[in-house]
Design a protein around this ligand. Sequence first.
Ligand code: NAP
Ligand code: ZN
Length: 335
Amino acid sequence: MALIQGLAAHAAGAELLPFRYDPGELRPQEVEIRISHCGVCHSDLHLISNDWSISQYPFIPGHEIVGTVVAAAPDVTSLEVGQRVGVGWQSNSCGLCEWCSRGMENLCPSMEATCVRRNGGYAQAVRVNARFAIPIPDAISSEGAAPLLCGGITVYNPLRAHGVNPSSRVGVVGIGGLGHIALQFARVFGAEVTAFSTSAAKEEEARALGAHGFVNTRESRAVRDVAGTFDFILTTINADQDWNSYIQSLRPTGTLCFVGVPPSAVSVNAFPLVAGIRTITGSPIGSPHLLREMLDVAARHGVKAQTEVSPMAKVNEAIAKVKKNKVRYRAVLAN
Ligand code: NAP
Ligand code: ZN
């Protein structure tokens, strides 16, 4: 079996270096995908710097993968060699537990992540369980599809699960890779959408992506000024904030939903939760079924990741730019 060539972190926070590994024999239910594009999600940066204490080195990051099936185990019936597919954060699940049988594989206790303790998509190829290789609709380009496989599904799932609709007032906090897609899906669901951003320069683009309103969170009272406004706030940032002011900006029965994980514990006053039946929750990626639905909705409603494409070999430059919050809005590596 041929070695797979990629770019790996060899220690916490280190620059990525060329790395080859032997994937062994193709296992039952597995497909091998020749990668054309891979998005740079901020979770890759967390894994490279071992922020979540789950990284094992060396490893190849990358979990917003698009490519072509080049080999399939004999028992794979759902995909064919030559088919264009995408893979997100999850690459396997047990297939048997309550959550898998309910079609919520992203909650499977034995879920395997595409680039945690295994090698991901900053590479020529990757192997995954065929259930997690999702066909890409023809209407979506490969570079445009890659960011949808993690960033897209992560925002689509909670907007959908919490019933966002034309009567909803939705806030999206952080207009980066996830946030710029969230603005578009919230708009497609018919909501009135507000972007919360530290970057005043993003206002015009946020409005073009679907936002009706823009809150510059660098202004000291900006979040307090929108108190009592939102039914649903989706926060995509990985920074600490005054979360009490976000809770205050919810209407009664409103929900603050975390998809980005702030480094410190989230500390809020219980009173506004009690008085207004407000909820704090979170959401992890989405199931293969929802990935198919999300890609279909994106294709039919023109939801598009805005990308900056560079060759795979320029991975360290791309990562540095994500770190500085300079990418508009998703870096994508291409082979
Ligand atoms: P990203 O592209 O780097 O965007 C993050 C955005 O957060 C930035 O563009 C910026 O937006 C804002 N931001 C950055 N630093 C900030 C600060 N100090 N204070 C306030 N806002 C700040 O990252 P991403 O790829 O969208 O990922 C965002 C987070 O989601 C990451 O932590 C990632 O690990 C997590 N994630 C979670 C899931 C899940 O399943 N729940 C899936 C994928 C990713 P503005 O310029 O508009 O302020
Ligand atoms: Zn991701």
